[in-house]
Design a protein around this ligand. Structure first.
Ligand code: FE2
Length: 350
């Protein structure tokens, strides 16, 4: 009889390139390919940086099932033999969904925002507009084959986007570190992600053209993705998705407005882990650090993201709490909340 062994499995793209100008290495991965499908968005298309191929640029922020269906048609029509995602988390997740439904062709990701880490995870979030939810799917077959990390692409991001994706990155590091599914092999990635955010996030926000800071945040985003892709996200992400689905708050921003309140709730259940996180951030109080980070990066309060419509917000809290719990992410949190506790955290962040 073979003894059962509990294995901790670590998945990552087969190849990761990271350097200034790494995007220029793309042709080396396209040898023998005749029909690349590029998945991007309308803004990036106008920058002229999008690689050549059949271009699908109709990806919305928070990509929808309809976006995926349109991209899939184009993949079929153009007989795509490789899919290249060029953009932030939305084009990358849309490209993952297109490939998943198309056929097993290689997926190459070139992130442009240094935030979601989606370039390195087997996770995607697609919005189901009919149901009013952002659906997270995790499947080993979603993992990109190649990730090309070129921080020069993130140098022109405006301050608010830098803030949103930067705090999203920090959230990935923290949630992977404290998760009930924390993973031995992912811990070092989570630690380094948090440290890089301490060293570089404020500088990247203050001075976008600071390529040292941009490179630091690009690596933090990648490592945050490797960390949470192999452990998991937790309550912040669980509560953040309903805000995106119902109030169209961008992913990073909805995490950022929740991070301090969720951390305050979770802290008593894992004090030593959160102390270690504070130490990685060079802070004596983690809560003070997170609150002042949000202030410094001009992250608004939740009410400002919801047009100050308190009545609609309160009315939707039961659905948001139910959808958050149904996503499974809150069950990975050090302190697992009841629906009433989730409601209280939403109100605290308001
Ligand atoms: Fe995230």
């Amino acid at each position: 009889m073979v003894a059962e062994v509990l294995t901790m499995r670590f998945d990552s793209p087969r190849t990761i390139l990271q350097a200034a100008g790494a995007r220029h290495q793309l042709p080396a991965f396209l040898e023998g390919k005749r029909s690349p499908l590029i998945v991007t968005d309308a803004y990036l298309l106008r920058t002229g940086l999008v690689p050549p191929g059949t271009i699908f640029s109709q990806v919305q922020p928070d990509p929808t099932e309809a976006n995926v269906a349109a991209g899939l048609s184009l993949a079929i029509e153009s007989n795509a033999d490789v899919i290249i995602a060029f953009g932030g988390g939305s084009p990358i997740d849309c490209a993952k969904a297109i490939r998943h439904r198309y056929q097993p062709v290689p997926l190459i990701t070139i992130p442009t925002t240094a935030g979601t880490g989606s370039e390195a995870t087997p996770v995607m979030v697609i919005t189901d507009e009919a149901a009013g939810i952002k659906r997270m799917t995790r499947d080993a077959s979603l993992l990109p084959d190649i990730a090309i990390i070129d921080h020069e692409l993130s140098a022109s991001m405006p301050r608010p986007l830098t803030a949103h994706v930067g705090v999203d990155t920090l959230t990935h590091g923290i949630e992977a570190y404290v998760s009930r599914k924390r993973h031995n092999l992912a811990l070092a990635r989570a630690e380094h992600c948090i440290e890089l955010c301490r060293l570089h996030l404020r500088d990247a926000w203050l001075e976008g053209s600071n390529l040292t800071a941009r490179e630091g945040m690009a690596i933090a985003a990648l490592e945050g993705g490797l960390a949470f892709g192999n452990s998991s996200v937790a309550l912040v992400h669980g509560m953040s998705r309903p805000l995106g689905a119902l109030f169209h708050i961008p992913h990073g921003l909805s995490n950022a407005v929740l991070l301090p309140a969720v951390t305050r709730f979770s802290l008593p259940a894992a004090e030593s882990l959160y102390r270690e996180v504070a130490a990685l951030l060079g802070a004596s109080s983690l809560l003070d650090y997170l609150e002042s980070l949000n202030r410094d990066l001009e992250i608004p309060r939740l009410r400002e993201c919801c047009n100050n419509d308190r009545a609609r917000f309160e009315q939707l809290i039961p659905k948001m709490a139910a959808d958050a719990l149904a996503s499974g992410s809150p069950a990975n949190n050090p302190r697992i909340p009841s629906p009433e506790e989730i409601a209280a955290i939403y109100l605290e962040a308001w």
